[in-house]
Write a protein that binds this ligand. Structure first.
Ligand code: PGA
Length: 309
């Protein structure tokens, strides 16, 4: 990792961390600089619509993999993932593994993300990890995952604080939303997901929203082996996610924001999701822990979007 100090006009230093050949992108509003990151891929419309969204597949490793196991897993996937064109890929290992995984991915096109963070830069918050600490190693951060909402008391308000803090430090939030089984069975999916989208994005600018990633993850589909259907997930993404974004931030933002599906994604069902027009990628839990499966998911995604080389 190389460190570059740039003197800013206000007399403060901007510190840029560079890993290998990866191009540092602009450190947005942060003095702590940026890290390993590739710039956003060029997006050119090909289908007559205004925007082509680069698909993004992220692996959420949850509380799995020691540091050694994490490094072994990325080493097992790296070259196969890099050989697949057109899809942005991200791995989100546990906090402890982040610097090691970032180092193992030096110069790679594969992005690194954290699974959560606190919204303050520093302070007396025992056990928490701040955006400043993550920034040298990560481009992405998963926020508002249903497991955080369920087991650790996250609310739309805390998710919103975290989203704002992530953006202020140049991290791209992957914001998770999704209804639970009871809400689904009670026919409340639309209102629940819409409220979560509104809550998470409150107070953001249109430009900020256009650059984030939203993951629609019905809670009943996570880790259950019972995924939503492609059509069902697409319908919710279209009406509860994109239309809410359109309403709040305008049509063009809704067309640009990338929305993933998550919940029991496997090589055997990824094509069903990726062939849907409003689904731009997947947040993959269990199947991202096996190199072979994750690579296969990314490969099949490229094929489904007509991007395979
Ligand atoms: P799963 O998890 O793929 O194991 O269902 C998805 C997630 O929680 O992001």
């Amino acid at each position: 990792m190389r460190k570059k100090r740039i003197l800013k006009p206000d007399g403060r230093y901007l510190i840029l961390y560079e890993f290998g050949e990866a191009e540092p992108s602009a450190a947005v509003g942060s003095d702590t600089g940026l890290a390993y990151n590739r710039p956003e891929p060029e997006t050119t419309p090909t289908d007559g619509s205004n925007v082509m969204r680069t698909p993004i597949i992220a692996g959420n490793w949850k509380m799995y993999k020691t540091v050694d196991e994490s490094v072994a897993l990325v080493k097992a996937m790296r070259s196969a993932l890099e050989a697949i064109g057109g899809i942005e890929t991200v791995v989100c290992p546990p906090f402890l593994s982040l610097p090691h995984v970032a180092e193992a991915l030096r110069g790679s096109t594969i992005g690194v993300g954290a699974q959560d963070m606190f919204w303050k830069d520093e302070g007396a918050y025992t056990g928490e990890v701040s955006p400043v600490m993550l920034r040298p190693y990560c481009r992405y951060v998963i926020l508002g995952h249903s497991e955080r909402r369920q087991h650790f008391g996250e609310t739309d308000e805390t998710v919103n604080l975290k989203v704002k803090a992530a953006l202020a430090h140049g991290l791209v939030p992957i914001v998770c939303v999704g209804e639970n089984l009871a809400q689904n069975e009670a026919g409340q999916t639309q209102e629940v997901v819409e409220a979560q989208v509104r809550g998470a994005l409150a107070g953001l600018t249109a430009e900020q929203v256009a650059g984030i990633v939203i993951a629609y993850e019905p809670v009943w589909a996570i880790g259950t082996g019972k995924p939503a259907t492609g059509e069902g997930a697409n319908a919710t993404i279209k009406t509860a996610v994109r239309q809410t974004v359109a309403h709040l931030f305008g049509e063009s933002v809704a067309e640009r924001v990338r929305v993933q599906y998550g919940g029991s994604v496997k090589p055997g069902n990824i094509a069903e999701f990726m062939s849907q027009p409003d689904i731009d990628g997947a947040l993959v839990g269990g199947a991202s822990l096996k190199a072979e499966d994750f690579v296969e998911i990314v490969k099949l995604s490229a094929q489904a979007k007509g991007l395979a080389r």
